[in-house]
Write a protein that binds this ligand. Structure first.
Ligand code: SF4
Ligand code: SF4
Length: 189
């Protein structure tokens, strides 16, 4: 009995080399300035006009500075917070909603709730009660300064001028609770 001679291992098949990706196209020629598309030949002209524009801007700024230097009464910049004690905000400034009271500590709010309905984000809650004559009057005007956007809509809605925008500032607190305010000092009559 003759043994079969084992066949030698087959030679591994050689794959052809993979084709390399095509080289990227060369970058476009450099221009100056790039955004303006000006070529190098036109660069001196572009830089001159840029220099003149910058010089004009500098002159404009210096002119404003000199104008205030000659007339300091026209300066509107405030030295805050050094002037905190004497600082007066402009009439249009909106610091927070307030409820004015007269010398008898009375207000003109009738608890009609128009301001509450006008407020777009629920920053006002009108809590009512009844007076001795069983008439519905204001119990508490709850105002949440933390969510108020100072849009002025509630003040425009009030038919009795019972609320207005105050000029308070530096209202920041560490928690929201101190910003929930009761605006009326007394209940309605
Ligand atoms: S100022 Fe605007 S956001 Fe603030 S309470 Fe009035 S209506 Fe609401
Ligand atoms: S503040 Fe004015 S709008 Fe609001 S409940 Fe009082 S009276 Fe009505």
């Amino acid at each position: 009995m003759s043994e079969e001679t084992p066949k030698p291992d087959a030679t591994p098949e050689v794959k052809p080399a993979e084709a390399k990706p095509a080289a990227p196209p060369p970058p476009p020629p450099v221009t100056y300035p790039r955004s303006a598309g000006v070529t190098m030949a036109a660069a001196p002209k572009a830089s001159l006009s840029r220099f003149l524009g910058d010089a004009f801007g500098l002159f404009k700024g210096m002119n404003v500075t000199m104008r205030y230097f000659r007339k300091p009464s026209r300066i509107v910049t405030r030295e805050y917070p050094e002037n905190r004690g004497t600082l007066k905000m402009s009439e249009r400034f909106r610091g927070q909603v307030v409820m004015p009271h007269d010398e008898k500590n009375e207000h003109t709010c009738t608890a009609c709730t128009l301001c509450e309905k006008a407020c777009p984000n629920g920053s006002i809650s009108i809590l009512t009660t009844k007076n001795l004559a069983s008439k519905r009057v204001l119990g508490a005007f709850v105002y949440r300064l933390s969510s108020c956007t100072l849009c002025n809509l509630c003040i425009e809605a009030c038919p009795f001028d019972a609320i207005r925008m105050g000029h308070g500032f530096e209202m920041a607190t560490f928690t929201r609770d101190p910003l929930d305010l009761i605006l009326n000092k007394t209940e309605g009559r």
